[in-house]
Design a protein. Sequence first.
Length: 579
Amino acid sequence: MLSASTQISRVRQLQQAFSVLALLNINSNIYPEDATVSSGDMFDYVVVGGGTAGLVVTTRLVEANYSVLVIEAGDIPGVESLNPGLVQYIKNSRIDWNYTSELNCRTDSCLKADGGSFYGRGIGGTGILNYMIYGRGNERDYHNFSEATGDPSWEYKNMLKYFKKSEKLKNKEILNSRFGQFHGTKGEIGITQEDRPFIDKYLKGFEEAGEKVVIDNVGPGKGLGYSRCLYTIFNGKRNDAGSEYLNSIKDNPKLYVTRNSLATKIIFDKDRNAIGVEFVKHEKRITVRAKREILVTAGPVKSPQLLMLSGIGPKEELQRMKINVLSNLPVGKSLQCVVGAFIDFKTNIKANPPPFDPSRLPAPIILGYSAVNKSSEFPDYETQNFIIDDPAYFLTLCSFTLKLKNCICDRLLESSNNTQMMVSILLNINSKSRGSVSLRSTDPNDEPIIEYGFYDNEDDLNEMITNLQHYTKIENTPYFQDLGLEFMEPTPDCRKHEFGSRKYWRCYALCMIALTGRTASTCAMGSVVDTNLRVYGVNKLRVIGSTVMPNTLGGSIFAPEVALAEKAAEMIVNDRICT
């Protein structure tokens, strides 16, 4: 009998099979060879972290004729990463850091500890395990960047050129429309749009519910409207920074990549210049040096951990760990992660599970950005709407990927009566709550303490309640009524409150937490790094990636991280020209 527990067992069996398959190195031709590096080796730049930001910056520096060493803790990804149809088998696998967070308990709910792990470990970083949704956020997000730094170059209108530079859009309808001016066609990251025709009926339903339906809600900058999702998929394959950016320079003699190498400390001279990095590979400790700069691109968890282990962070915490303080900065102190709610609707359309297609996501996605007040310029929330025919995929998404309780996922599937479902993940994109990343010990192998702080600011919970009330009204429109769209209650726990009341939705929001791994701000611009991403209080050290964003975004974070890294690379190269 199909159930959440049996489906999880099947997923884990397949993950084990993929791990064995990875030993064959089927994809090794896509990536550079593992470099042989010895203590004392010198490079122009040392990049710590072979994820999205690190590989974009590395590519541009190598193209500018600089020697670069990339230190990556993981290995090359396998077939389960490159094939979009296998995306549900990646989380909590060998290419995931598999972090857990501290329990966050409120009076009427206790959030599970392991729902937030979406941190890629391997060449390509989180880009090798995300859901390939292409988004950019909106103009307001980048205005916040500009305000945090006092630098208008971070405004969306100025960041647009980096999005276009990195993008290779394959969609004539968008390119021939008024939205074409916001997209690029010659970049490294290929983009395609969802094209399965049966989702049109859902778009019509959203339109009747008062939402603007557009062919592109990503490019223009305001971000409002519902659209067929854009994906980082091209020619049937996932496009990430490893398979695309790094692949383009893999044979360049200026490039060195050492895999399965954990950076443990940044080395400074007496003048606080970052001059080297210590890392461990195959239990051997190696120290390399950089002529110019050290670039930390290890993500929103490992980047702050490495900085703190190297003496850059909150003074009291470092002293408690007996770490010599080089620069007293709020490293790890403003963690933001977008939190959402899982919503399930059944329909009167008989489920018709499609045949497996490795080149497609298992279910099409409609991406929506809504404002509660229709006069608003910018969205209050985002919805990722999965149209699901396959019950096995539903259980995987519900219980394995998003970590909801098995009993809830089983109940929802049973209630669907073998009909097509629309699963909506509603994301609160303007959150105020902050969490933290802090050291558990001075051992680099120890997982840091991650506290997300979801709903610590009551305003966020109140906004989520309002957003849930606003969004779920879609089932009352005539078009969606004709489709038999019906909200499925996942648990009776909230029925102690009147259905549809704010108390009901408050209970629901806390019970049905959905995390996407959209994490930022642990080394934020304006507090840890300056507008050029240089770390305050020391020299020749920069941090690059989503960790420097002063706020999370109203959109998926992969494309903005690529654009940020393009901008960072340009700044670094221009600095060298001017000196």
